[in-house]
Structures are given as structure tokens and as C-alpha cells.
Design a protein around this ligand. Structure first.
Ligand SMILES: *Cc1c(COP(=O)(O)O)cnc(C)c1O
Length: 373
């Protein structure tokens, strides 16, 4: 008998359930014989407005440089972020999307015999990053769909080296206020790295935004991550970053690939930081779209989890059919949303990204037809 070469990989790797991304438009078009232009994708929390004008110009101007390796230290982007946020360049770690910097945390701080704490219904990357390092997952039940920070602090044990907090969380859209994050940091042992993932920071109401990374001075075990994938519209280019104590940043930089952020992404991110009007419009339109979908869900008699992101998770399984069935019916109508059963533990809900007003209308019409059918 020949052995299955897959058996050569450690058992903790083999037992990983693969990440389920939102279905690409091209795939649904092939499967259903639909025109790509007729499909609405509200499945991956992308910015429906695309990218800003400065960002587009910078990308177009940079094409000639593609034959060269990127600046492995990302000097210009770090310099720009350093000025914008008043942090030392040595506190910044760049990543191929913020997903990459989350993986760098896991590579640098987790391994067999160690554990990480995260919440039920949290972002799928935390369990993946934990499990792929052979570390143990400590999953804390959510409270009203939100992270229960009290219970998460209590769940930290002697083997815990990392706590993951998504703020706002995806897919629930729940948010912990600055004071609650600070209180958590005061309780967490210094030995435990606390990762606060702020991928949706730009979509927060102005009065809820905070410079949480300023807490790093008092809490050197804090890591704050942000991304250009959401409000800045650069999901396809892959660029994000972490702000951390310089010695944490240093060890994360040691485990990253030398050229983990590509040259287009670097150039685009620098320009995107100047596309402030674009980001402000994105925020405002997202807020309108959120109200539009909330009102639509109410009209259909569906509950939703109030969200602080650019997406909302709606309980669609009210009328006797499962969310998985509603998801399939939406696909047939050319609307892609995100199932959140399986790994996310929300089998009665679907997560929908806030689109343009026209996309939101199309989704609501397709949803109305799908739940009645
Ligand atoms: C989308 C998302 C990210 C990051 O995505 P990148 O494209 O890798 O930057 C990180 N955390 C959460 C909670 C997200 O939803």
C-alpha cells in the first residue's frame, strides 16, 4: 500500500478546514450562464465605489516599475503612515493584506504548547492562524453576538500568548468601545499579546473612532492592525499593516517574506492615504446604504445584527427555510452574499456587504423574492 503523502503533514495542519471565500463573479457567471455585468457581489466587504482618483493615477504611473523588486522595507509607505499617525517607523509592520500581519503574529508568537483566545463568531483567520501553528484555540462564547471581553480575559491561561479581538468584528459588525479595550488591556497579563484588528476602522462613526495604537506606550503587548482592503478599495492589491511596540514589530519583521508587499500595492497605499475625500464619501454612502438595507430587512420582517462595518448580518431563516437555501436562491437571481454557518456558527444568517444604492435595491428585491418562494 502506498501512503497518502498528505499524511506527512502534521495532524494539526491536516485537520484545518479551508477558508471559504466569497464566490467570485466570474465563477457564478460560469455556473449559472449569467452575464458578469448582471451579477451583484456583496460577499467580501469590498468598497463598491472602487478606488480614489489619486490612487488610480499612482497605479497607472507605476506600471513601468513592475520589473523591479519592491522596496522590501516599504520605506515610503511607512514614512507616510508614521507622519499620519504619529508613530515611529520602527513600530510599523507592513503585510500582504492585514491577513498577512495576523499570520506574522501567529508565526512569531504561537506554536505547539501555546494557545490563543478568540471569540465565537469571530473573523475566520484567527482560528486558521492558530491551528496552522499547532497552537491550541480557546474559543469564548459571544455575548449578544459580540466579543465578551470579561469572559475572554478570564479565559487566558498559562499557555496563552495571543488574544485576538476584531473591532468591529466580522461577520457580526459588533464593536467594543475604546474604554472597554483599555480595561481589557489592564487586565490581560503583560506576557499575552493583544491583537486589536481594526479592518473596518474607517467605517466607524467619527465619535467611535480612536487612536487605539496610542495605548501601545502603556501596553507594549498591544498590536493594532489596519488594512487598505476595505474603505480604501484596495482588496485586490493586498496591503495592510500592524502598529506595535518596536520589539514586537522587529520579531514580526523577522518572520515575514522579504518582499511580502508588492510594488503596486505600496505605491497605491501611499496615494490612497491622500484620497481623503474618496474615503469620506465611502463612509457617507456606506451609512446611507446601511440604513437602506436595515429598512428593507425590517419591511421583510427580518432581524439583523446592528453593524459598525460595511456589511450587515441578517437573520434570513425566519420563514421555514434555511439560510443556505436562501443563499442558493439569491445566487440564482445573480446576487452573491456570504453564508456564515459553518465556521462562523451563524447558520440562520447571511452576511451582506453594503453596496451602491442600486446594488442594495437589487439585493433587497432578490431577498424578498427568495424568502417568499
Ligand atoms: C477583511 C478583514 C481583514 C483583512 O483583510 P485584508 O484584505 O487581508 O487586509 C482583517 N480582519 C477582518 C476582521 C476583516 O474582516
Amino acid at each position: 500500500m502506498m501512503m497518502d503523502p498528505c499524511e506527512l503533514s502534521p495532524s494539526y495542519v491536516r485537520s484545518i478546514a479551508p477558508y471559504q471565500p466569497g464566490k467570485p463573479i466570474s465563477e457564478l457567471a460560469r455556473e449559472m450562464g449569467l452575464e458578469e455585468a448582471a451579477i451583484v457581489k456583496l460577499a467580501s466587504n469590498e468598497n463598491p465605489r472602487g478606488i480614489g482618483p489619486r490612487t488610480r493615477a499612482a497605479i497607472e504611473a507605476a506600471i513601468g516599475q513592475i520589473a523591479r523588486y519592491p522596496d522590501g522595507n516599504g520605506f515610503e509607505l511607512k514614512q507616510k503612515l508614521s507622519k499620519r499617525y504619529g508613530v515611529d517607523m520602527g513600530s510599523i509592520v507592513l503585510g500582504n493584506g492585514s491577513n498577512d500581519v495576523l499570520e506574522l503574529v501567529a508565526s512569531a508568537f504561537l506554536g505547539p504548547g501555546r494557545a490563543s483566545v478568540f471569540s465565537q463568531h469571530c473573523f475566520a483567520v484567527y482560528p486558521l492562524a492558530t491551528q496552522s501553528r499547532g497552537a491550541r484555540a480557546i474559543v469564548v462564547p459571544a455575548k449578544n453576538y459580540a466579543h465578551d471581553l470579561e469572559a475572554m480575559a478570564m479565559a487566558i491561561d498559562d499557555e496563552t500568548y495571543v488574544v485576538w479581538i476584531a473591532n468591529p468584528n466580522n461577520p457580526t459588525g459588533t464593536f467594543a468601545r475604546h474604554a472597554d479595550i483599555e480595561a481589557f488591556l489592564k487586565r490581560a497579563p503583560e506576557r499575552v499579546l493583544v491583537v486589536v484588528d481594526e479592518a473596518y476602522n474607517e467605517y466607524l462613526a467619527p465619535e467611535l473612532r480612536s487612536d487605539s495604537f496610542k495605548l501601545i506606550k502603556r501596553h507594549p503587548n498591544l498590536v493594532v492592525t489596519r488594512t487598505f482592503s476595505k474603505a480604501y478599495g484596495l482588496a485586490g492589491l493586498r496591503v495592510g499593516y500592524a502598529l506595535a511596540h518596536p520589539s514586537v514589530a522587529d520579531v514580526m519583521n523577522r518572520v515575514r517574506q522579504p518582499f511580502n508587499v508588492n510594488s503596486m500595492a505600496l505605491v497605491a497605499a501611499v496615494a490612497a492615504l491622500d484620497d481623503m475625500e474618496f474615503v469620506a464619501r465611502s463612509y457617507a454612502e456606506n451609512l446611507q446604504g446601511m440604513r437602506q438595507i436595515e429598512a428593507g430587512a425590517k419591511r421583510l420582517g427580518l432581524d439583523y445584527i446592528p453593524s459598525h462595518g460595511n456589511f450587515i448580518t441578517v437573520r434570513v431563516a425566519a420563514g421555514g427555510q434555511s439560510a443556505a437555501e436562501v443563499y442558493k436562491k439569491l445566487l440564482k437571481r445573480g446576487v452573491i452574499v456570504r453564508p456564515v454557518g459553518g465556521g462562523y456558527g451563524l447558520p440562520e444568517h447571511l452576511r451582506v456587504t453594503i453596496g451602491t444604492a442600486a446594488e442594495n435595491d437589487k439585493f433587497l428585491a432578490a431577498l424578498a423574492a427568495s424568502i417568499r418562494e
